[in-house]
Design a protein. Structure first.
Length: 404
């Protein structure tokens, strides 16, 4: 990694802003499920499938985008990603069928968002950041995504009320274009840095790095835990407005709950980013997952009022994506920085396989039973499993083979 100077904070903030746009736009899309259902007649399960495919494709995009960026630099990959998010979102109101929704929401938007996802953003920013500041910097980038959720979801709800759902989606897509100048700033000099990283002490090929990670029990356990995170996050992000509706509460409760999740995850991400410099990251992750299970069970047994939803959003929001900084930190500890974009991208793929199931099964469960009860039980059980699988992870950094 290139030696960083003290001006790394603007770069970190730029990366966080790009993540805010990419994640915020995607997290605002579930607000349009009811309108899309009425417009296309596709059915709730089919629209849930479009969002589930989006979860999976977001995961597929990240290791693929990471591999391309590790080889040729992040700038073209990330600019293409921002353009795909903007175009796919703006074109969604013109979809007339479930196939079109799967293509736009599930493929175009998701692939674009994956190319400006946390794995690539944190890897691109890391060359500017001193090693001692990596944890906090990753926390800031991750908090940016949550800030996007906090700001863009209420904005989308406001636009729906003012202009209607179709213009709101077009405006939301156009907002994504603001990521392009931020990416140009973040990736300045990226070609030179890429060449330097290949020349300085970075042994082994990408294939060797992936093969070595696949044989590492700690890395595989990390993937298994992050699968649960994806299931949990995608289920809540996609279906919390539906849970609100099933409790006969106004739609604004769902929008504000998602926004509160984003706000409190900003706090959680910054707190975790600061704490992982002193705490063992695997124990931090185990604690986060155990806390999620407890919060879900308390919510499940509580009366479903507006205050209950807002308190649940605050509690779960603090742990929502705060798993990302310690997960990135563990991947870097285990296998170094050289192929971090690819190896973290593979972990994100596991996350999004869980996300596919969380988004899709939520819709199937509601159509089959008229409630989400068994999904909450599955969510709590998976969180406890994730807490347990992190404990055997070896946190000591693996030896890197000497260059030939």
């Amino acid at each position: 990694m290139t030696v960083a100077n003290r001006s790394y904070l603007p770069v970190v903030l730029a990366a966080g802003a790009v993540f805010a746009l990419g994640l915020g736009i995607r997290q605002a899309q579930p607000l349009f499920i009811s309108a899309l259902n009425s417009h296309t007649g596709a059915g709730y399960a089919s629209i849930s499938l479009a969002f589930a495919v989006g979860q999976l494709m977001w995961g597929v995009a990240q290791p693929a985008a990471g591999a391309v960026a590790d080889r040729w630099g992040p700038r073209p990959v990330m600019i293409a990603g921002a353009l795909l998010v903007a175009a796919g979102t703006a074109a969604t109101p013109y979809a007339q069928s479930s196939i079109a929704l799967i293509l736009l929401i599930g493929v175009v938007c998701a692939l674009g968002a994956g190319a400006i996802g946390p794995a690539l953003l944190m890897s691109a920013a890391s060359r500017w950041i001193p090693a001692a500041r990596q944890g906090m910097a990753n926390g800031i980038v991750n908090a940016g995504g949550s800030f996007g959720q906090f700001t863009l979801i209420p904005l989308a709800q406001l636009l729906i009320g003012i202009a209607g759902w179709q213009p709101a989606l077009v405006i939301l897509g156009a907002t994504g274009l603001a990521a392009v100048p931020l990416i140009l700033y973040l990736t300045r000099g990226s070609a030179a840095a890429q060449a330097a990283s290949k020349a300085v002490g970075m042994a082994g090929s990408l294939r060797q790095a992936v093969r070595g990670a696949g044989r590492d029990r700690s890395y595989l356990l990390l993937n298994l835990g992050f699968f649960t995170c994806g299931f949990h996050v995608a289920f809540i992000a996609t279906h919390l407005p539906g849970v609100v509706a099933s409790c006969m509460l106004p739609p604004s409760v769902g929008a504000w709950s998602l926004a509160i999740i984003g706000l409190f995850n900003v706090m959680g991400s910054l707190w975790v980013g600061k704490m992982i410099g002193d705490w063992r990251m695997k124990l931090t992750l185990a604690g986060i997952y155990a806390a999620r299970a407890a919060i879900i069970l308390v919510f499940f047994y509580s009366p479903k009022t507006e205050l209950t939803f807002f308190l649940f959003a605050a509690g779960v929001g603090f742990t929502y994506l705060s798993t990302v900084p310690p997960t990135v930190g563990l991947v870097a500890k285990l296998h170094g920085q050289r192929y971090l974009a690819t190896l973290m991208g593979l972990v994100m793929l596991s996350h999004q396989v869980g996300g596919f199931l969380g988004a899709w099964l939520g819709g199937k469960a509601f159509e089959a039973s008229g409630s989400y009860d068994w999904m909450w039980w599955a969510d709590a059980g998976l969180c406890m499993m994730a807490a347990a699988v992190h404990l055997p992870i070896r946190e000591a950094r693996r030896a890197v083979p000497a260059a030939a």
